[in-house]
Each structure stands twice: as structure tokens, then as C-alpha cells.
Design a protein. Structure first.
Lengths: 500, 481
């Protein structure tokens, strides 16, 4: 089941390779069909998932490289399920959203997108550390190509910066994975990279600290946590619309997912010790991201920096290390995927029509594009966490969780909520209201039916999560409790690690 | 009355077959019309296939008074050498015809060098190792200078020969020193004799000189400076062949000499080799960053990969030995493939040896470009290709068996790999993003295409399903236990 889910998009990409590249319509439809088929499988998984259990489900095991103890192990729990669902939903929308804007090398583009989907799903579902790392790194190649080939003027610089930045951090995680494996040879008496087996080790705090630092660095760059965020504005701004959507909606979640998946499971003591630091960096990120967003002149950069702020909220929730914080963080991951993905699509709609991303080049757009204005309003309010939208549920839970740990955290975080309203409303006002400012007013035609369909799906999700979040909360609750239980575990018999 | 030592010709059948094939090719070429040279290729490939079969099935054993050994390491080295020799034969004909260099001797030299690498893998005596090294090297000097009308090729051949002869002299002097203090050149006796000496300056100097001799062949820093110039001047097929066959020979010999023979004395050489490997990784990768020529890029890349494999030699545990064998197989496939792509291209009647010549290749030859992208991703050590499996094996062995020093080597290794991503992916990027390069023509030779396809399949296969290769490599590591 899970292997089917992971490799279905890749199979689609391989079939797509057989199509002649002149047949653009066929390629578009085939790409969409493959991502929709993946969505169907994911929906079925959502349906048959047992929410009462906090354990891994649908686990599949196979040996892969027996001499090194590497296995192929996949499984899903309440946390990865939710993120898999997000991935499966966002990909068809991103493909639809770039329906008209990509005409050059369309076949390679669609194949990169599908390859990327396989890599992302694999990252969320891997239970073997090397398998996880393989998928984690495999994400970089199609993503760098998406930025580097279909991006705007500065794409080469942005693609390289993205690649080198994230890879430099993740190779240290690889060394930490190997070190963990070597410790396990002594501690468990077997060669394994299996997460469930490695979780039974209890490491001395000092070792945990070093290994967690290496893991955390890789994840922190991906999230990105301030001050490691500098690759993000460039990558987001230069990427094509579909690339920005995937990058913001899903790729950043790989980092936060990594914290949830590996922090409490492998390094509980180190995570407890690092939580205040993570919270501090998260709060700086929330405020800094919001303030810098406010100062942007480029609409896409504004949305990019708002990601830094929103992901700061997710990290704040995770750093609270309680049920509300974790669940809020998880919901906020989904929300950010939906809302920021939608914001990038909105910028894409404007850019496709006028080829400008500068806020100063727009004004009074609402008058020419009324349907677009309505969509923009809803998405903006969801991003600003208005009650009734998805954003409210996430940020409320996060602040609740943060408050239970420290009232200061919650107070500072709440400042970010206000700032986010400020920069979003400011941007909306500049672009949509006031006198008409546009170089080519005739090009500002309202949303097409295809675009409307994409946004309709997004708006349904915004209100669905906003009004009835139990669909997601129920499915993740048992897992979150199980994960957090690992933090309360009394220190078991420690393994002694001697330098060999 | 001297009684000749007992020897067993069936044991050396693989090498005999390759030498025999070389002689047959040399003879047949005399009577062959120029347009029927294809026969030479067929004969060479048949001989190599036969030798590979014999190498795979022949039993283990020691012969020629202990000078020659056939074990898992010898078998691995021989199969690798046969594979790269076959690729060396296959990539040449179309290029040679194009350049007016089409002579039968080319194949003879390739076959003899391949046989030299095979003998290095099976040497159990320092003198035998020296002779094999020369059998490998001398044809390579000539191959570098095959383009007789081209002064750059002449320069490359001369430079390679002079420096190579110098390195061989170092090696021989090392053998002499070791013989002087131990009274033997047999590897098993050497191990016990050196151990008995304790710390002895002549023995240490002798070992150091052996490292210099082999390090030169493997293009280890600081004995690497010849590589970029020689690769650049040598004809493309010759550069492709020498970049892999010399590596196979040198690394199999290093494995035989250090972990397998002198494993008990690891304290004496581990630090030296570890430092050399770190320096090689750093210098190779940093120097590759600024290259604009494809050949020079691959030359520095080959130096960098020498550094990664040296990590395995320096660590010297069974897992590390197995990792080096896997690495050699992956390196041979991806480097041969990366060169073969270049052989298929031509710019203005000459070689397409600038990175910018690959600009826009994806639009003109999508499959060739895809294969090149696979080679570049693998050379950079990214999953899901063989390059990742190779590096993972070496670094895992370093962390496991190397203590703090091993951890440091692994860290240097992964960080320099990040640097390498920059220059490898630049090639992939210009292929997909650049405008089609003018003056560059694509010669679709079926033989070269076959090499590109096969090496790409090997790289991907080892990346996705490495179990078969690692299991074979583990047998070699098992020799240590």
C-alpha cells in the first residue's frame, strides 16, 4: 500500500518519458492523472487508517543492503499520514496552477514534479534512516532543477544556493546517522538503520546532544529556522509558481517533520535540553519574518518571508513539547501548506498576466478582477489566522501549548499574529485597492475556470480545517501522545559509548 | 643445478588469455585491410570475455613459488580490470577513425595495460608487483602520446613517462630498502619480518617510498600534478582508459600491501595514509571548482575520488576493504561513462573538451544528456546512484573502525562532497539550461552508445540494488578475518 503510494508518481514519470515531447496537452493530462491517482491512494489510506493507534501502521519491511544493515522499511502514523495527505493534495493543484505558464521543456518539468512527489512521499514514510536520507537528498535534485531551469532571472544562483545550503547541512546528518548505527552495533549487537530498533537505544546525554545537533542542523536549514533562512527568499522568489508552491507547502515541512519524527524518538534528553533555544529562535523567526515581510517591495519575497514567520509558529508549537503545541504545530504545517501555497498561486496569477512581481506595479486590481479579489481576501484572512479559517485553529493551539510551557513565549508569539495581519492587509491594500496602477490594464483579466477550480478546492480546505479540524486532530492525537510519551520516559539503563 | 619452481599455468589463465589476445590482435592487424579493423575489436572482446569467465571460475591458489596468488581480491581486481579494458576497447574505434589514428596497436596497448592491472591484483611479491606496475604503465605512456600529429599529446606522453619513470624508481628503491632490512620481497614474509624489526627507519622509509610509487599511479596528492596535464593532452579514449585502469591497479595493490599484508602494523602507516587521503580530498575538490575544461574537471574529480578511496585504505578494516572494492567498481563505471559521453561529441573537428561544449545537449541528444546527468549525480555522491552507495560504505567504515580520526575523515569526506556538487552539477546544468553550443557535432557510434548505456545502468543499479555488489565486495573484506 505505502510502496504503491510512494512509487506511483515515479511510475507516472517513467510512462511520461515515452510520450513525444510535442504532445503538450497529453503530457499535461498524464501528469495530472498520475498525481490524481496518487491522491486517490492517499485518500484510501486516510480512510482505512486506524486513528486509535499511536503506532506505525501498514509497515512493510525488506532487506536492501544486508552487508551494511540497510533495510527498506516504510510505515505511516498519525503525523506522517497528515503530511502525506497534504502532499497528495498539493501536487495536483500545483500542476493545475502551472497549466498555462510552463510551455518550454514541459515534459521534463512534469517528470521533475512527479519525481519530486515520489521523493517527498518517501521521506515522510521511511522508517529506515538510510532510506530516509536517500529520499531526503533525492528531493534536492528535482527541486534544484525546477528552480534552475524554469525560474526567473536569478535562477541559477538561487538553485545553487538552495542546493549547497541544504546539502551542506544534511551531510552532517548522514555522519550522525552512521555514528548512531555504529553505536547500535555495540548497544544492540546488530547492524541496523531501522528507526524502531535504534529507538530502543538509550544514549548518554552528551552523545545525544552531538547527534541531535547534526540532525537539528539539517532540519533547521530546511524549515528554515532563523538565522539559517537566507536561502529561502531567493529560492522562493526565483522558482516558477509550481516550484514555489511545492517548496513552501511541502518541502519546508520536511524539516519540521524531521524534528517531530526523530527528536523525541531518538534524542529525547537532547530535545528537552534544546527546547528553550528552539523556542527562542522560533520567536525571533516569527517576529523577524513578519517585520521583513512588511518591508518587501516584491510580492513574492513578501510571501517568502511570511513563510519564515509562519514556520516559526510551527517550531514554537513543537518546542512547547506538549499535546496542544504538537497538534497545533501539525495543523499549522497543513495550514501553511494550504494558505501559503495559495498565496504563491495568487502571485503566480498576477505575474502570469503582467510579468511583474513588484507591489508598486499594482493597484486597484480588485476593480478589474472581482472574483480574484474574493479569493485573495479569503486566502489572506486564512494566512492571518482569522477565526473560522484554518490558520486560527493552528495558531490558537500553538499559543495555548506555548502558554502552558511559558507565558512569555505565548505573549511574544502573539505579537507575530498581529504583525502578520499588518503586512498581509498592507499588501492587499496596495495591490487590490486604490487607483488603478498597471502597465497593461487590459491584461488584468479575471480568473479562468481552471484557476477558479484550483482556488475553489483551496478555499474548501481552508474552511474545512477551520471549522472542522477534528478530521486531522483525531487522526494525529494518538500518535502525538505516543511521541510525547517518549519524552517522559525515565532514563533507562544507559549504553556506554567508548571511543573505538 | 637450478630446479625451476613449480608453477601452474591454469592459475594464470586469465592473464595468459589477455596477453595471447594482444599478440593475436598484433598479428592479425598486419594482414588486415584498414576498413576491416572491426575484426580486431571482436577478437579483443572475445578474448576479454573468455578471460573474465576463467577469472570468475578458476579456483583459488598460490603459484610461481608464492609470487602469484588468486583469491577474492585478485578476482575482484581482475574482473574490474577486464571490464574497464573492454570499455577501453569499445570507446576507441569511432574516435580513432575520426582523428586518423586508427591503428591496431592501440588495442594491443590497451589489452597489455589491462593485463598489467590484472597482474597487480594477483601479485604476492614486491618484485612481481613492480613488474606488473611497469606492464600497466608503459602502454599507458604510449597511449597518452598516440595522437602523433598533436604536440599536446606528445607533451602528455613525455610528461607522463618522465614522471612515471621517476615514481617507478621510488617504488623500486622502496623495495630495495625493505629487502635490505628484511631479506625478503614476499609479502607474507615481509609482514612478519617488519613486525620483528619494531620501529626501523629503513623499513619505514621503504614503505613510504612504496606509497609514493603507488600514490603516483593513483594520482594521490601531492603526487597528482601530472594528471590534469596528461588527461588534457591525451586523446579522449586513452584518457578515459588510463583514468580507470591505473586506479584499479593502484588501489588493488594498495589494498594488498597495507590492510591485507601489513594490517597488524596499522599503527605505522594509518596516520600517513589518513593525512594523505584528507589532503587529496580537499585539494582535488577545491582545484576542480575553477576548471573550465571537461577533461581537467574529470582529472581533478579522479584525484578527489582517489582521496575518498584512500580513506578506506587508511581505515583498513574488513568493512573498509569491501567499501573500497565497491567504490572502485562504481568509480570505474561512472568515470568511463562520463568520458564516453565526451567521446561521442566533437567540436570543429577536434575534441569537445570544454564544459561549455555540453551546453544545450539535452535538447539535441536527450538520452546522452540524461546519462551524463546520471554520471554527474553519481560522481557527486548523491542518491539514488552508485556514487552514494560507494561513499556511504567508505564513510560508514571510517566512523565504525577509525575512532576519532575516522570520524574526522568522514566529516572531511562529506563536506568536500558538498563542494563537488557545485562543479558536477554545473555540467548537468549547462546541458539542460544552456543554448545549444555551435560547432559541436554528435557522433552516434553504437559502440560508444553501448558503453554509455551499460555504465549508466551499472551506476543506477548499484545505486538502487547494491546488495549483489556489496556481497561480492564483502568476500574481499573477508580475507582480513
Amino acid at each position: 500500500m505505502l510502496s504503491l503510494l510512494i512509487f506511483l508518481p515515479l511510475a507516472g514519470a517513467v510512462l511520461l518519458a515515452l510520450l513525444p515531447r510535442e504532445r503538450q496537452a497529453a503530457i499535461r493530462w498524464a501528469g495530472l492523472a498520475a498525481s490524481l491517482a496518487t491522491l486517490l491512494v492517499a485518500a484510501r489510506l486516510f480512510q482505512i487508517f486506524n486513528p486509535a493507534s499511536g503506532d506505525m501502521q501498514f509497515v512493510a519491511h525488506a532487506t536492501w543492503v544486508p552487508t551494511l544493515g540497510i533495510g527498506y522499511a516504510v510505515g505511516v502514523d498519525g503525523i506522517s499520514l497528515v503530511l502525506v495527505g497534504l502532499t497528495a493534495v498539493i501536487f495536483p493543484l500545483a500542476l493545475l496552477g502551472s497549466w498555462g505558464s510552463i510551455t518550454e521543456r514541459l515534459k521534463a518539468f512534469t517528470m521533475s514534479m512527479l519525481g519530486l512527489e515520489t521523493a517527498i512521499l518517501g521521506t515522510f514514510l521511511s522508517l529506515d534512516l538510510i532510506l530516509f536520507y536517500v529520499f531526503w537528498e533525492a528531493v534536492l535534485i528535482p527541486m534544484a532543477f525546477l528552480i534552475g531551469l524554469w525560474g526567473s532571472e536569478n535562477r541559477r544562483y538561487a538553485a545553487l544556493k538552495f542546493f549547497l545550503y541544504t546539502m551542506a547541512a544534511s551531510v552532517l546528518m548522514l555522519v550522525a546517522i552512521i555514528a548512531l548505527h555504529v553505536i547500535a552495533i555495540d548497544g544492540l549487537g546488530e547492524r541496523t538503520f531501522d528507526l524502531a530498533r535504534l529507538a530502543t537505544l538509550s544514549l548518554p546525554p552528551e552523545v545525544q546532544g552531538w547527534l541531535f545537533a547534526a540532525f537539528a542542523l539539517a532540519f533547521a536549514v530546511k524549515v528554515p529556522i532563523w538565522p539559517l533562512h537566507t536561502w529561502l527568499p531567493d529560492a522562493h522568489t526565483e522558482a516558477p509558481t509550481a516550484g514555489s508552491v511545492i517548496l513552501a507547502a511541502i518541502l519546508l515541512k520536511l524539516g519540521t517533520y524531521g524534528f517531530i519524527r526523530f527528536g523525541p524518538t531518538l534524542f529525547p534528553d537532547a530535545l528537552l535540553a534544546a527546547a528553550p533555544l528552539l523556542a527562542a529562535l522560533a520567536i525571533i523567526g516569527i517576529l523577524y519574518g513578519a517585520l521583513v515581510s512588511w518591508a518587501q517591495t516584491d510580492l513574492k519575497r513578501l510571501v517568502a518571508f511570511s513563510s519564515v514567520s509562519h514556520l516559526g509558529f510551527v517550531m514554537l508549537g513543537l518546542a512547547a513539547l506538549n499535546v496542544q503545541g504538537f497538534q497545533g504545530g501539525l495543523i499549522q504545517m497543513i495550514n501553511h501548506g494550504i494558505s501559503t501555497g495559495a498565496l504563491f498561486l495568487i502571485v503566480g496569477v498576477l505575474y502570469e498576466r503582467t510579468h511583474s512581481r513588484l507591489i508598486a506595479d499594482y493597484g486597484g486590481v480588485a476593480a478589474r478582477m472581482p472574483r480574484f479579489a474574493a479569493v485573495f481576501t479569503v486566502v489572506m484572512l486564512s494566512s492571518a489566522a482569522l477565526p473560522g479559517t484554518n490558520g486560527f485553529v493552528g495558531e490558537f493551539l500553538i499559543l495555548l501549548g506555548a502558554f502552558r510551557t511559558s507565558a512569555w513565549w505565548a505573549a511574544l508569539g502573539a505579537g507575530g499574529v498581529i504583525l502578520s495581519v499588518v503586512y498581509l492587509l498592507w499588501a492587499y491594500q496596495q495591490v487590490m485597492h486604490g487607483p488603478l496602477v498597471a502597465k497593461h490594464p487590459d491584461r488584468l483579466v479575471d480568473l479562468t475556470r481552471r484557476e477558479l477550480a484550483v482556488f475553489a478546492a483551496i478555499i474548501v480546505m481552508i474552511f474545512a480545517v477551520g471549522l472542522y479540524p477534528r478530521v486531522l486532530l483525531d487522526r494525529s492525537e494518538a500518535t502525538v501522545n505516543a511521541v510525547l510519551a517518549r519524552l517522559q520516559r525515565p532514563a533507562a539503563t544507559a549504553v556506554t559509548v567508548s571511543p573505538r | 643445478m637450478i630446479t625451476p619452481p613449480a608453477f601452474d599455468l591454469t592459475l594464470v589463465a586469465p592473464e595468459l588469455i589477455v596477453f595471447g589476445t594482444a599478440l593475436v590482435v598484433l598479428m592479425v592487424d598486419l594482414w588486415l585491410a584498414a576498413e576491416r579493423r572491426g575484426v580486431l575489436i571482436a577478437v579483443s572482446l572475445l578474448g576479454l570475455a573468455w578471460a573474465a569467465w576463467m577469472a570468475a571460475v578458476a579456483p583459488d591458489g598460490v603459484s610461481f613459488a608464492g609470487m602469484y596468488v588468486r583469491d577474492a581480491l585478485a578476482r575482484a581486481g581482475q574482473l574490474l580490470a577486464l571490464g574497464v579494458t573492454a570499455a577501453g576497447v569499445l570507446v576507441a574505434p569511432e574516435y580513432l577513425r575520426r582523428g586518423g589514428l586508427d591503428r591496431g596497436e592501440y588495442y594491443v596497448l590497451v589489452l597489455v595495460a589491462g593485463a598489467g592491472a590484472m597482474l597487480m591484483a594477483a601479485s604476492r611479491d614486491l618484485l612481481m608487483l613492480f613488474l606488473s606496475l611497469e606492464v600497466l604503465s608503459i602502454p599507458l605512456y604510449i597511449l597518452a602520446a598516440t595522437a602523433r600529429g598533436n604536440p599536446r599529446s606528445q607533451e602528455a606522453g613525455m610528461k607522463y613517462f618522465l614522471l612515471g619513470a621517476f615514481a617507478s624508481a621510488f617504488f623500486l628503491y622502496g623495495v630495495a630498502l625493505l629487502y635490505g632490512v628484511t631479506g625478503t620481497t614476499r609479502l607474507p614474509d615481509l609482514a612478519t619480518a617488519v613486525a620483528r624489526l619494531g620501529s626501523s627507519a629503513p623499513a619505514a622509509a621503504g614503505l613510504g617510498l612504496l606509497v609514493i610509487g603507488l600514490g603516483f599511479k593513483a594520482a594521490m596528492v601531492p603526487f597528482h600534478t601530472w594528471a590534469p596535464d596528461v588527461y588534457e593532452g591525451a586523446p579522449f579514449p586513452a584518457a578515459a582508459f588510463m583514468s580507470v585502469v591505473a586506479k584499479v591497479g593502484a588501489f588493488v595493490a594498495l589494498l594488498r600491501l597495507f590492510p591485507l599484508t601489513l594490517g597488524a602494523l596499522a599503527d605505522q602507516w594509518r596516520l600517513l595514509l589518513g593525512v594523505l587521503s584528507a589532503v587529496t580530498m580537499i585539494v582535488g575538490n577545491l582545484a576542480a571548482l575553477t576548471q573550465t575544461g571537461y577533461k581537467r574537471l574529470l582529472a581533478y574529480s579522479s584525484i578527489a575520488h582517489t582521496g575518498y578511496m584512500m580513506v578506506g585504505i587508511a581505515i583498513g578494516t574488513p568493512a573498509a576493504v569491501a567499501a573500497v572494492i565497491t567504490y572502485l567498481a562504481v568509480y570505474a563505471a561512472m568515470t568511463t561513462g562520463a568520458f564516453a559521453v565526451a567521446i561521442a561529441l566533437e567540436r570543429g573537428g577536434g575534441e569537445a573538451d570544454r564544459i561549455e561544449d555540453y551546453s544545450g545537449l539535452a535538447g539535441r541528444a536527450p538520452l546522452l544528456a540524461l546519462a551524463t546527468a546520471v554520471f554527474m549525480v553519481s560522481l557527486a555522491g548523491l542518491p539514488p546512484t552508485g556514487g552514494f552507495v560507494a561513499k556511504l560504505g567508505v564513510f560508514a567504515a571510517a566512523v565504525e573502525g577509525g575512532g576519532p580520526g575516522g570520524l574526522a575523515l568522514a566529516l572531511i569526506g562529506v563536506l568536500t562532497s558538498v563542494i563537488s556538487v557545485y562543479y558536477y552539477l554545473r555540467v548537468a546544468y549547462v546541458m539542460y539550461a544552456g543554448e545549444a553550443a555551435g560547432m559541436v557535432r554528435i557522433h552516434a557510434s553504437p559502440l560508444v552508445n553501448a558503453v554509455v548505456l551499460l555504465t549508466a545502468l551499472v551506476v543506477v543499479q548499484i545505486g538502487i540494488l547494491p546488495a549483489a555488489v556489496t556481497a561480492f565486495a564483502q568476500q574481499v573484506g573477508g580475507l582480513l578475518r
